[in-house]
Design a protein around this ligand. Structure first.
Ligand code: C2E
Ligand code: MG
Ligand code: MG
Ligand code: MG
Length: 291
């Protein structure tokens, strides 16, 4: 009987593993189809100055519109694509799309707005990364100064010796680098100082409970103070309320990204927003000039 049970248990376990592997396989096949069927697209979420007046950049965020399942969020497929290696196809596609769209909005915008593209750990270790980026810039015509790459803090910690050369090469090309989801890993800013990085993006999890959570407020304040002393720019992610904006301003944060100011949208929506944000500042300077 015991043996019988054990056998069943193993059988059951196998089924569970198989089922998951099968689901992963399906999702990966789906992704491959998605790319050739045009089910993937990129949205852009603007980043604003601390007062929310002017757009200073826009982050490219990958989307998958599945014909039956609807919109699938990146968190459910990026990590899988990372595991399977599919990200080495999706990543360069998203990069190319983002550069092409950034070229388009910069043609239509009264002032230059850079695009930020997320890079996955696997892309950073891919020898094709630099050639892919050169291709994306050349095909789109986008100036490297208008491209920013976001890398997560954990990548930096795990793989620093392997990727340091790549990071310097990107910097020398004129591309900016930012550290995404800052605060979720265990790296110190002093350590990041050794990297050719310009910006840290404070993770949404620190912003979500302010004002009120004094631990988070202190942490944010410490990050901002230290980041500034090392000449990093600080962006807060996931800003959803006026109260959060106000305290981030008080703590000296430079830029904001979040649903309060704008949700991710199409390239056309970004062009429209940039037009309005420009005419607002125009109107403001006209008023100031009259007085
Ligand atoms: P991330 O790079 O930290 O991007 C910010 C995420 O926060 C986005 O989620 C954005 O929609 C969301 N967000 C922005 N403001 C708010 C807010 O006020 N409230 C809330 N609740 N959320 C906000 P999204 O688009 O679902 O992307 C999730 C993650 O997927 C990204 O996190 C990034 O790590 C990854 N990702 C997205 N696109 C790409 C890509 O093209 N390549 C790679 N490698 N990763 C990507
Ligand atoms: Mg990001
Ligand atoms: Mg982030
Ligand atoms: Mg995040």
């Amino acid at each position: 009987h015991v043996k019988q049970q054990g056998h069943n248990a193993i059988h059951f376990f196998d089924n569970g593993v198989n089922q998951q592997a099968q689901q992963h396989q399906q999702l990966n096949d789906g992704l491959r189809r998605a790319q050739s069927n045009g089910e993937l697209f990129v949205q852009y979420q603007p980043r604003f100055d601390i007062d929310g007046q002017r757009i200073l950049g826009a982050e490219a965020l990958l989307r998958w519109l599945h014909p039956e399942q609807g919109l699938i969020p990146p968190l459910t497929f990026i990590s899988l694509a990372e595991e399977s290696g599919m990200i080495l196809k999706l990543g360069p596609w998203a990069l190319q799309q983002a550069c092409t769209d950034a070229m388009e909005w910069n043609r239509n915008s009264p002032y230059p707005i850079p695009v930020s593209v997320n890079l996955s750990p696997r892309q950073l270790r891919d020898p094709e990364l630099i050639p892919d980026i050169c291709d994306a810039l050349r095909v789109s015509g986008l100036a490297p100064e208008l491209l920013e790459l976001e890398i997560t803090e954990s990548v930096v910690i795990d793989d620093i010796n392997r990727i340091l050369g790549t990071l310097y090469e990107l910097r020398d090309m004129g591309i900016s680098l930012s550290i995404d989801d800052f605060g979720t890993g265990y790296s110190s800013l002093a350590y990041l100082k050794k990297l050719p990085v310009n910006t840290v993006k404070i993770d949404r999890s620190f912003v979500i409970d302010i004002p009120g959570n004094t631990d988070d407020e202190s942490l944010i304040e410490a990050i901002i103070t230290m980041a500034h002393s090392l000449r990093f720019k600080v962006v807060a992610e996931g800003v959803e309320t006026r109260a959060q904006q106000a305290i981030l301003k008080k703590l000296g944060c430079d830029e904001l990204q979040g649903f309060l100011l704008a949700r991710p949208g199409s390239c056309e929506e970004l062009i429209e927003l940039a037009r309005n944000s420009h005419s607002d500042s125009d109107a403001l300077s006209e008023i100031l000039l009259r007085h």
